[in-house]
Design a protein around this ligand. Sequence first.
Ligand SMILES: C[S@@+](CC[C@H](N)C(=O)[O-])C[C@H]1O[C@@H](n2cnc3c(N)ncnc32)[C@H](O)[C@@H]1O
Length: 280
Amino acid sequence: MIYSCPFNYVGGKSKLLPVLLPLFHPYTENVFVDLFGGGFSVGLNVENKKVIYNDINADLAELIRLIKNTPFNAFESKLLQLIDRYELSKTNTQGYLRLRSDFNALRDPYVFCLLIFYSFNHQIRYNSSLQFNTPFGKNRSSYNARTQKNLRIFSDILRTKEVTFSSLTFQKVHVPDNAIVYIDPPYLITTGSYNDGNRGVSQWNEASERELYRSIDALHQRNIPFVLSNMLKKGDHTNVLLDDWKNKYRSFDVATQYKNYHRKEYQTQEIIVTNVPYKG
Ligand SMILES: C[S@@+](CC[C@H](N)C(=O)[O-])C[C@H]1O[C@@H](n2cnc3c(N)ncnc32)[C@H](O)[C@@H]1O
């Protein structure tokens, strides 16, 4: 059984779980560190009792922490009150804009949750002053029966786990000796809204990528198992740093996709790099 993140998180890895979970399986007694946790679709689905969720986006980490610590009915009733107060619907642009402006003034996590549900493509995007700036997902985005069901399941499963939350840059996360670390950084060669420079919380670049590899090498030196997922190729672009670094460890292709068969620029190759044994 795989549980979905209710936020349609850009870069979410639920589709990769059938490949990832068997790699984690020998380490269920370890502390599972989801270093770039995002929508938490990976950390949520592992069997490990103790999980560390980290993501540099403090609004997101705070929201997931709140969902974990609040009974679903209480959490949802706050959402429903706000939906009423702002008269949110699939068509009320003004209501959404008032919600967004109040979030930017007050940073309320319930309001943030609704912004994700009602924003265009459910994207979480900020300007350079960290003001949430995703436009309204008119006629498409809302809090509906499907999101309600996913949110309830997300909340129920989260509350069975022991999770520690942080919103640090990855270098600052304390990784205990008995950890297994899952690493899902922004991709150097794509334009997910978390790494296109508009997200406000982080600009992922070659320096970050090099630093990440240094941190992973340090984990390996400490005999800590790690699993990295990343994109090696997109169209004509190759992540040459990754292509070189991956040779130190085991790596394999996970999903080569031809989203649009006729357009080469959409062709992507994702890989796993790991120091854990696997049957390939
Ligand atoms: C590919 S997404 C992770 C998706 C996640 N695995 C999921 O299934 O939802 C990458 C995440 O890295 C976060 N991030 C970007 N720069 C970071 C940094 N320097 N340290 C920690 N997290 C960072 C982004 O906010 C984003 O949520």
